[in-house]
Design a protein around this ligand. Sequence first.
Ligand code: NAG
Ligand code: NAG
Ligand code: NAG
Ligand code: NAG
Ligand code: NAG
Ligand code: NAG
Length: 932
Amino acid sequence: MLRSILGLASLISYTCASTTSVKVKWVDGTTPDYLAGMTFGVPWPRGQHLADSTTFTASDGAQIQSWVTAYWPDGSLKWTGHALGASDAPADAYTITASGSGDDGAGSRFRRQSNGIQVSESGEGIVVNTGKVSATFPKSGNVLVSAVEAGGKTVGSNGRLVLRSQSGTPDDHEDGKPTGIQYFSFTSKISNVTVSEDNSIRTLVTVHGIHTIEGEGAHDDWIPFIVRFYLYANSEAIRVIHTIIYDGDMYTDFLSGIGLRFDVPLAGEELYDRHIRIAGVDGGMLHEAVKGITGLRRDPGADIRSAQFNGSVLPDRSAWDPRVTDRLQWIPTWSDYRLTQLSPDGFNLKKRTKANSTWVKIPGGTRSGGLAYLGGATAGGLAVGLRDFWKKYPTSLDITNAATDTGSVTMWLYSPQAGPMDVRPYHDEMGQDTYEKQLDALGITYEDYEPGYATPYGVGRTNELYIYAFASTPSAEKLAVLTNNTNNPPVLVPEPEYMRDTEAIGSYWDVPSAVDSAQAKTLEENMDFLIKFYADQVEQRRWYGFWDHGDIMHTYDNDRHQWRYDVGGYAWDNSELSPDIFFWSFFLRTGRADAYRLAHDMVRHGGEVDSYHLGNFTGLGTRHGVQHWSDSAKQARISTPVYRKVFYYISGGDERTGDLVHEVLDVDKAWVLVDARRKVRDPDVVYKPDPTALYLDFGTDWAGLAQAYLIEWERRGPRWEEARDKLIESFVTYPELKYGFVTGEALYNSQTGAWAPPPTDPNNNGIIVVSHLSGVFGILETVDELITHFGPEQQNVTQPFLDAFLDYCYYYGASKAEQKARYGADFGSLTLMQGHSRFTAYVAKHRNNATLVQRVWSEFLGDGSKDGLAPDAPWQTERIGGSDVLVPVDEATWVSTNAAALYGVAAIENLAFVGAPDLNRLGGNSTAKRWM
Ligand SMILES: *[C@@H]1O[C@H](CO)[C@@H](O)[C@H](O)[C@H]1NC(C)=O
Ligand SMILES: *[C@@H]1O[C@H](CO)[C@@H](O)[C@H](O)[C@H]1NC(C)=O
Ligand SMILES: *[C@@H]1O[C@H](CO)[C@@H](O)[C@H](O)[C@H]1NC(C)=O
Ligand SMILES: *[C@@H]1O[C@H](CO)[C@@H](O)[C@H](O)[C@H]1NC(C)=O
Ligand SMILES: *[C@@H]1O[C@H](CO)[C@@H](O)[C@H](O)[C@H]1NC(C)=O
Ligand SMILES: *[C@@H]1O[C@H](CO)[C@@H](O)[C@H](O)[C@H]1NC(C)=O
């Protein structure tokens, strides 16, 4: 969405460069052989280009559509989004050139491409024609896409959502004879449909709605959805971002199928010219026809057989061996096909002639590419693919009624064959009915349980699908390419050095040094080890599944050679101590695809499953646990947009991620409804649900809100001025607390952004509340991004705040004597020094204090690493096999995810702030020196 910048920029005197060229490259390092159209983002340095007078062009005459996704406070561009249309021959890289100084104001950004997308809108619906495909989106009713046309033929119709549920699960009945279970089926019901304004290269149609009962039974409408359709110029593909929110009663609403279904008109097509293609393994493809004419007792002719295998129209029947044509009526027609991927390790495949006839097994395989095509050689057809199909198991694909006039393809994001989804708590409370008992239980399983809080009500899931339309059956080879496109949609990114120089994602990361320092090399190797280790663990430990894909685990059980998947707070990680920041920063500085994928999958997981989108917890996330939502600590430290910001901007403003940021913008409402910190504050303090005096932790609560405000301000969302003003108020008032950040927790006025002394220190005499947790959920990165964003012009706002923050950064790791000299008492015993070494580095940089560099590295490498990853750790995995384990695995018992995340974040930031460790400065006997 383009917004004009309304005067603000014109107040500021400008020296804009007239032209800037930015190279964007494919993240995989190889040029894709197919491009269905895509969107990417580019950052810009402050003050370089005015938003309302800059024109963007791409190299080699590639046509792009461009829009602004973020502004610097002076109104200059901070991030832009760009769309490229479909291409059979994508370039190896593109150069995006921004030109315009602000003088001519030609507004040429709005220039429409003559061969762009055609969009027409009426009261009934929206029709989008990409040049290859035309799709009709009704504005009401049950059908999201009423028609998909290719080559003038309707090849898909009635595109709608399907959902099934049941009121109980047979698993609760030992004899397998449950009584009284009701079964429901639902379809989509549209609330509203919107279409993008600029449609030169890309059109976005957004459909909001809810699932409503279909057929028999009575059930409230439930499971709200947002489905976004992205269409690109000249593309045969429609990208679909499908989001659902769980809003059921977990004890009586068991989801048993979540899907997207399209009908495929087949009337008039010969049964032997109707084709089924289903993606198998590594580009493999099932080749079948509804009425097969191969393998018969009589041979119709080699040309005829090969035409059917290849999906071409069969020659006229007069050309066949008549012994076949005379007996065509005896050849069965196969109407239904079903692929079920109920495990990440294997899929089954079967077909039948019709309902009430048995299924016939087709050999299956390991991991299906998750794409199915149904269509005719002359009628054309539709392929539907799901990204990460097997990783999101249990999934399935149904082709039905292919022998009738209207076949259909259903992509099941949750397979009806899997049995009902059970989202109930995994234990029955175990009598934990008082706070004392809950605390005692925390002391053994590290689970922070509380009745009523282990709820999935309000969590979400987003899936990415692709619909491809064809006027005739495409080659299997083409479908294999599309299967790859579905699972690895191409990603374009600017070069790390350029992104760093813009400071659009702060100043806390740098590209790996070209200087050949052995110390820096060791750090790089260790980080490389950790990235590969987690990527491998995802696969070896099968961290896959509908809800689980994208998360990693928290702590290892050395005895069982197993991550502690069943031990309370040690199980799913839910972004604990910021692995997201490690993965994203590592990606930013190296451009590496493996880090990108880990981070991408984590964005789609943490923002959806570990966060709430409905109900009292909206905007909050859940602390780590056995189920993603099982822990009672609902906090903004998990939902904080700092974990999703890089993806948001480099994706060109992924709209779903943008929604998630907006939810956190309102997290103060959740703080009124839920005392998010009820278990961890001074027991003498009575919680008052007062929006003008919320008792918040600066690091674990406010940091998430501040990041949401920052992004709202950057992107000039509907509340950007409010967001900016509240941030300024927070900046101005926080340093007024006698001990600044060392105060830890204080009263926050969510209506103004102002801080006031905490109830434990009403007269602002100064109070010390320093926790190892405050600094490890993105506060430093958020503060750095804020300071960078405000910029030198607003130093009067930022300097006192920064000074107060730097004091905290300095004293966290300072000696007890120094703490006492400054604050009258020391901070007690603090931990996580390795992770906090970056706070020391931040002070060293901002106060230009070279003396502190030694402290940075001894915190990171020396004694400070005792709860982190030590320099003398093995830095390799060990293979465990035989009867000790279920399957052979690589383990690294010395790695915990807390430590790994902090190691990575601190190594990256220390290198950026103070440079590589210098052995000569580290002192003769330091542990660091011994091990470097
Ligand atoms: C799959 O797509 C990726 C990303 O575009 C590309 O790098 C890779 O070469 C493709 N693989 C195949 C087998 O086409
Ligand atoms: C569309 O519907 C959703 C859900 O009912 C609602 O939250 C949203 O505000 C609506 N948007 C518009 C533009 O009407
Ligand atoms: C299945 O077929 C049998 C045999 O023709 C018939 O008796 C039965 O009613 C059919 N059942 C259904 C559900 O159609
Ligand atoms: C939401 O919060 C309100 C106010 O605290 C409370 O009365 C209500 O029971 C809560 N609702 C749910 C579903 O927890
Ligand atoms: C900072 O300086 C600007 C420009 O002089 C002024 O408008 C603004 O009010 C100042 N803000 C604060 C918090 O002092
Ligand atoms: C720099 O750090 C050293 C070591 O902690 C400290 O003694 C000194 O006061 C600091 N200097 C400044 C200017 O902050």
